[in-house]
Design a protein around this ligand. Structure first.
Ligand code: F6P
Length: 378
């Protein structure tokens, strides 16, 4: 019988985190289970910093609230923690301290709300005897084995709204308007918002692009009397003869994706201006994509994820990720989510072994984009 469970929200914040917390807490309370939340993700687990959550006080009024009430961290890999000792940088495996903290608090299960990196650490904890249930959070929609992560729908809605607004300036000034969106190494946000927002081109990491082909699309539109174009560029997109554009190399620790992406949108705008003669401007959408209130879809999806996570815990089906596949709530082992990235503490993110879900070329979104004449830089 479960008595006490704890929630960890880790990685970049995403709309719907508080909704999942609310759903887990409410479901737990119905069954007389106590719920706690670690403060600031895995950092809170390491520092043994947690609070009680209950639907009468702190876990109330959360449905529409962005961010996470228990905080998050995307720079703490407890299996390879960056520390300073006698003026030297050293890397330490602090996972045993975390496991001792969980045991001491008496938590029967931890819920890890996060993306691929968070789930990788969750799986590593599960191999050391911790009961873990993962919930796939990320605006990037790139977690393996689930069709939709929570937070993604809100990000696409925000990007689509931005495209609608950029249309006004594009049309009035006869300009090329480039919108750079997030998504890391997967183009889901870019492609779906391009379709929803009626963009003329969508450049995604999965298809290294030929800028000449994008320019041809703009020229075609000019010939047809449309002296403006809208281009969506995913932050991880790269030219076919070039590389991804890195804004900053970080040094947060081993096993973390120490790269801040950004800048490809500006590059595309400059190149298109040279090639077409049309004035081009770039807008970087940035963190508005993952802030603020979740859409109704994300509220419902996050609620379903939270309820299913608590149900799985009560059935003692541990060391799994809750999934949403073909419209059904289900689960898959964390081992499968990690894919070939088996080594404990190994880096997550864009490595050859990682299992992030990119857009396949036979995805209906690719087919729809091509059918509509949205140029994919090919
Ligand atoms: O993974 C979510 C995400 O918003 C990515 O789309 C983006 O590249 C990254 O996080 C930015 O991370 P940070 O909050 O560290 O700047």
């Amino acid at each position: 019988m479960l008595k006490k469970v704890a929630i960890i929200t880790n990685g970049g914040d995403a709309p719907g985190l508080n909704t999942v917390i609310r759903a887990i807490v409410k479901t737990a309370e119905t069954h007389g289970i106590e719920c706690y939340g670690y403060i600031e993700g895995y950092k809170g687990l390491l520092n043994n910093n947690y609070i009680k959550l209950d639907s009468k006080t702190n876990a109330s009024g959360l449905l529409h609230r962005g961010g996470t009430i228990i905080g998050t961290s995307n720079s703490t890999n407890v299996f390879n923690l960056k520390c300073e000792e006698n003026g030297q940088i050293v890397y330490k495996d602090m996972s045993q301290k975390c496991i001792d903290n969980i045991k001491e608090a008496g938590f029967d299960c931890i819920f890890t709300l996060g993306g691929d990196g968070t789930q990788k650490s969750g799986r590593d904890f599960s191999l050391r005897g911790v009961n873990v249930i993962g919930v796939p959070k990320t605006i990037d929609n790139d977690v393996a084995h689930t069709d939709v992560t929570f937070g993604y729908n809100t990000a696409v809605s925000v990007a689509t709204d931005a495209l609608d607004r950029l249309h006004s300036t594009a049309e009035s000034h006869h300009r090329i308007m480039v919108l750079e969106v997030m998504g890391r190494y997967a183009g889901w946000i870019a492609l779906e918002s391009a379709i929803a927002g009626g963009a003329d081109a969508a450049l995604i990491p999965e298809i290294p692009f030929d800028i000449e082909k994008v320019a041809e699309k703009v020229e075609e539109r000019k010939k047809a009397g449309k002296n403006f174009s809208i281009i969506v560029v995913s932050e991880g997109a790269k030219p076919k003869d070039g590389d991804i554009v890195i804004k900053k190399k970080l040094d947060d620790g081993k096993g973390l994706d120490n790269i801040r992406l950004g800048g490809i949108g500006e590059q595309v705008a400059e190149d298109l201006e040279k090639l077409t003669g049309l004035v081009s401007r770039c807008t970087v959408l940035g963190y508005v994509q993952r802030g603020g209130t979740p859409t109704a879809f994300d509220r419902v999806l996050s609620t379903k994820y939270g309820v299913k996570a608590m149900e799985l815990a009560m059935q003692e089906k541990f060391n799994v990720l809750v999934t949403y596949k073909h419209g059904e709530m289900s689960y898959v082992s964390l081992e499968d989510v990690v894919g070939n990235n088996k080594e404990i503490g190994a880096p997550s993110g864009n490595t050859a072994k990682s299992n992030i879900r990119k857009i396949e070329m036979d995805d209906p979104l690719i087919k729809a984009a091509r059918a509509l004449g949205i140029n994919l830089g090919e």
